[in-house]
Ligand binder design. Sequence first.
Ligand code: COA
Length: 440
Amino acid sequence: MPYHSEPHQFVAWLRAVAPYIHAFRGKTLVIGFAGELVTRGRLNALVQDLSLLHAMGMRLVLVYGSRPQIDEQMSLRGATSRYHAGLRITDSVALECAKEAAGETRLDIEAAFSQGLPNTPMAHAAVRVVSGNFVTARPVGIVDGVDFEHTGVVRKVDVQAIRLALNSGALVLLPPLGFSPTGEAFNLGMEDLACATAIALDADKLIFVSESGGIVDEEGAQLTEITEGTARSILAAGYLPRDAADYLRYALKACDGGVARAHIVPVDMDGSVLLELFLHDGVGSMVVEETLEALREATLDDVGGILSIIRPLEDDGTLVKRDRALMEREIANFTVIEHDGVIFGCAALYAFPEDGIGELACLAVNPQVQGQGDGERLLQRIEQRARAAGLKRLFVLTTRTAHWFQKRGFVVGSVDDLPRARKNLYNWQRKSQVLFKALG
Ligand SMILES: CC(C)(COP(=O)(O)OP(=O)(O)OC[C@H]1O[C@@H](n2cnc3c(N)ncnc32)[C@H](O)[C@@H]1OP(=O)(O)O)[C@@H](O)C(=O)NCCC(=O)NCCS
């Protein structure tokens, strides 16, 4: 349906993507696409989509592969492509073909970015493309007794030069070739180059537009989000076809190297990069960097950390005072959020099993990291623990945070609704509000 026939739908759609547009501005994206994208006639569409991302203020580095183009050049010369373990053996004929293929594709890409006809998505786009000798390579060498000759791996990426180009507003284009200090050219794998570049630039995202589509589980169902741990188990299980496994391996390597997210999207789907970025679940598979932050049940070692968060809140009257000995006795009731060895948040659950209800107490998040969803995560974990203990409802007593709880499904109740044991302990001077939540 053309959007102008349903203007309100168009407005709703544009507003729905607005948070992503804001979030992605100034972010660095490395996009690596397989040579198949060009042979299947999808280059123009990708270039149009990237021009849009560029206009939204994203810093783009584009890396391309040229395997089918090299194969084509080879067969024109009557030569046969040789591979070992999925990697091309680049003899001197293959190197000539690789240079030709890389050069031709580069010119096609630059031409595509130069379009600007009115009434096309490229009108007024004016994307400046910069390429250069940004990549130092070294030979793969001899592996399993096989000499890979002019096939190389990335040794170093000239981050400073790339950043300079990005800062000037240009899009950086990297051909799959690298150069050695001896002046030789090496044929590089697109995946290796894109991954090394993303790590070197500390990019926010690496996106592979791959001929193998996304990553599936053992039953063949597409996985939209994969943690680094899961990615490792999938690779260890060994059920993926080689191409898909290679993409996943490089995506994982990028995350291990500090890239926050690495996506694998299908080459055959029109607009797959945009769909992956602007739809909540995307259309491909995303490997996410495991954060150092952990939500877990507390142990005695955490008492000091918990106290350091709640002491200031006890002092200003937000929380009721608890002494260390009591805290140590009750430590099993606590859940904490730890980041890199430091406690940043806590919450406790006190169960009243005979009444089927639990008290959420002592919810607190370090002021430095408030507003990032940690409070919500702690609440969810306490709800989970309560459900697991067979409780049907939760209550909380608060003097200052009622609205926060109301936004999260709690409703105001009265002291009379508290379990008897708790009612007897109610401190009438504090005049806390009592809020309840049914656990679905
Ligand atoms: C309440 C508290 C745990 C929330 O932690 P958090 O990690 O900031 O929570 P989240 O990130 O999930 O939620 C943040 C949202 O809650 C809002 N919020 C924070 N404190 C609030 C309060 N007292 N009343 C209403 N809303 C509040 C924030 O403005 C923010 O809103 P936004 O998302 O619309 O910007 C934290 O503010 C805290 O430690 N407060 C002091 C201790 C306390 O009052 N504990 C509850 C008594 S049992």
